[in-house]
Design a protein around this ligand. Structure first.
Ligand code: CO8
Length: 258
């Protein structure tokens, strides 16, 4: 396992694991964490031996927000000229599917980072919130947009305007997370899910992620057309031929691209 300043990076089979590791700051996301998470994710993305990524934190906190102490004294022009938080966009450009595994606090930037993951699994201890309003600001890493798309206007307005937290059950009810599991099973469940994804034919996996993400960027007609063209393109892959032949022959497929 590889040591960075703010994250632990390891691989298990075809799964790359990134663990936020600033326990004394409840994994608050400072500039060094941004650098390390993006670098680790990009390295896994470039590694053909990795088919899925798990991003997780600690038992107590996935991440308790952007690092407030790092930002507190900055001026408006400084924030603007540094384009504070823009670096996180690189995390959303990772093509390899990312499974987020959240236990404890996912607040502010922590909630926003969780929402950048593709599949989000929560421990029953997870708490999600956008408390920035209590600091005199608003979400700055996409929360007002991704939370609204995830849970709709009613819940998003409620959370962003009051700063109140959602527990894991409400997060699942609201469609913010894919599944809730007992805290002791969180990492196993996330790893199993990532292994499942990593075992699927890679061209279809990458196309599937692009197609779902297109739903957030396009009209319905454009999105449906984009999906259909990707679907057609997959007929140019060995894995489509093998997958459909294996079905007809009632045997397990042997995929080329994984
Ligand atoms: N930034 C920096 N340090 C933090 C953060 C954070 N977001 N969250 C916790 N820490 C630090 C604490 O300061 C404390 O450090 P120290 O021991 O040196 O005092 C340590 O982590 C442990 O935290 P607590 O002692 O507070 O632990 P508790 O268990 O008592 O409380 C809470 C846990 C409820 C999560 C509490 O820590 C908390 O409320 N944290 C802040 C939550 C928050 O507001 N998050 C949103 C951050 S803002 C954001 O993400 C979007 C951008 C907005 C810009 C804001 C500019 C000012």
């Amino acid at each position: 396992s590889d040591q960075h300043d703010t994250v632990l990076v390891e691989t298990r089979g075809r799964v790359g694991i990134i663990t936020l590791n600033r326990p004394r700051a409840l994994n608050a996301l400072d500039a060094a964490t941004l650098r390390d998470v993006v670098a680790a994710a990009a390295a896994f993305d470039a590694d053909p031996a990795i088919g899925a990524i798990v991003l997780t934190g600690s038992e107590k906190a996935f991440a308790a927000g952007a690092d407030i102490k790092e930002m507190a004294a900055r001026s408006g022009p400084e924030m603007f000229l540094a384009d504070w938080f823009a670096g996180w966009d690189a995390f959303t450009r990772v093509r390899t599917p990312v499974v987020g595994a959240v236990a404890g606090y996912a607040l502010g930037g922590g909630c926003e980072l969780a929402m950048m993951c593709d599949v989000l699994i929560a421990a029953d201890t997870a708490r999600f919130g956008q408390p920035e309003i209590n600091l005199g600001v608003i979400p700055g890493m996409g929360g007002s947009q991704r939370l609204t798309r995830a849970v709709g206007k009613a819940k998003a307005m409620d959370m962003v305007l009051t700063g109140r937290q959602m527990d894991a059950a409400e997060a699942e009810r609201s469609g913010l997370v894919s599944r809730v599991v007992p805290a002791a099973e969180l990492l196993d469940e996330a790893l199993r899910t990532a292994e499942t994804i990593a075992a699927r034919p890679l061209p279809a996996t990458l196309a599937a992620k692009e197609a779902v993400n297109a739903a957030f960027e396009t009209t319905l007609a454009q999105g449906v057309l984009f999906e259909r063209r990707l679907f057609h393109a997959l007929f140019a892959t060995e894995d489509q031929k093998e997958g459909m032949a294996a079905f007809a022959e009632k045997r397990e497929p042997r995929f080329t691209h994984r």
